[in-house]
Design a protein around this ligand. Structure first.
Ligand code: AP5
Length: 292
């Protein structure tokens, strides 16, 4: 079972999951951001183990390249939960002062300036939600990891628990298009759906198509923060491209064209990676069976 925007749950059967791998076939509209945003106290019921091989995907790319938009589309196509560390920080920013821990207040200061939140704070946040990484429904990580130290911590955690990543997608786009995307972005304050004033406008101005929530412009989308974010990305996050290429997990996807075109471009490679991962697991299980 997986959560919906309002906090409810929908059943996800093995057959529903298999449907999601067939191109063009309709899939249940599943978004599990609410559980991830609220943190570890919120239980998530999961599909039965063994029903399928979960998609475990990391999205990389500069701020504004379209990771959140693609995560949303991949969530609809693959049914894996969209987990964004930036969303967790923004959700915390919307709470009252007394509800924010000192670490979260510190994190929000970094975020407003466009700087990275220190690894220790980010890792605490991810670790306390690590159940989401174990979910047999899979996950799409958006905005994490963002430094080599974070990637190493994630790898150690996943290796320890025998979890493998399916793929790491790196979206690539010229700088001027990135800046234009950031400048026109609007986000729904309730369900976090992302729009763009000219490229992906809502049907009614300033109102979310999905939940009628009000749209807002992110604080860190001001020009001075954008500059800092792009410099920070080059310095701290771009090295992850090499890190994951060396692990044989990197999928490079040009992020030009419409969101749907980009998503369609990425799917065949993701399917290929997943079938390779599946074949490897079958082989390892067979070896194991022979040895015992
Ligand atoms: P985070 O929320 O992760 O932001 P980000 O990585 O900077 O990425 P964005 O959300 O800005 O962009 P996106 O690539 O998702 O693009 P989107 O789909 O919205 O992080 C924010 C902050 O939190 C960080 O700066 C940091 O302080 C902190 N933080 C978070 N995680 C951290 C971590 N792990 N470690 C340390 N600090 C952390 O698209 C952008 C716009 O373009 C939208 O308007 C969209 O509609 C439009 N668009 C998308 N696709 C297309 C298209 N194909 N054509 C035209 N327009 C498009």
């Amino acid at each position: 079972m997986c959560s919906q925007p309002g906090g409810g749950v929908i059943p996800v059967t093995a057959s529903a999951r298999l449907q999601s791998y067939i191109p063009g076939m309709a899939t249940p509209d599943k978004r599990s951001r609410s559980l991830w945003l609220q943190g570890p106290a919120v239980p998530c019921e999961t599909v039965p183990p063994g029903a399928h091989l979960p998609w475990r995907i990391v999205l990389l790319g500069a701020p504004g390249v379209g990771k959140g938009t693609q995560a949303d589309l991949l969530n609809q196509r693959l049914n894996a939960c969209h987990l964004s560390t930036g969303d967790v920080f923004r959700a915390a920013g919307g709470r009252s002062d007394s509800e924010q821990s000192p670490a979260m207040k510190e994190a929000l200061g970094y975020m407003r300036r466009g700087e990275l939140v220190p690894d220790s704070i980010v890792w605490d946040l991810v670790r306390e939600r690590s159940q989401c990484l174990h979910c047999v429904g899979g996950f799409i990580l958006d905005g994490f990891p963002r430094t080599v130290a974070q990637a190493v911590s994630l790898k150690q955690l996943m290796d320890k628990d025998g979890l493998g990543l399916t793929a790491v997608v790196n979206y690539e786009l010229p700088l001027e298009e990135i800046v234009a995307r950031l400048g026109g972005r609007r986000t729904c304050e309730i369900c976090k759906t992302v729009y763009h004033v000219t490229e992906r406008p809502p049907r009614v101005a300033d109102q979310c198509d999905r939940c009628e929530g009000k749209l807002f412009q992110r604080e860190d989308d001001r020009p001075e923060s954008i500059k800092v974010r792009l410099e920070t990305y080059e310095r701290n996050t771009a090295p992850l491209i090499d890190f994951y290429a060396k692990l044989g997990l990197l999928v490079r996807v040009p992020a030009t064209g419409t969101p749907d075109e980009i998503c369609e471009r990425s799917l065949p490679e993701l399917e290929y990676r997943r079938s390779k991962q599946f074949a490897h697991l079958m082989w390892a299980a067979e070896e194991n069976r022979r040895d015992t």
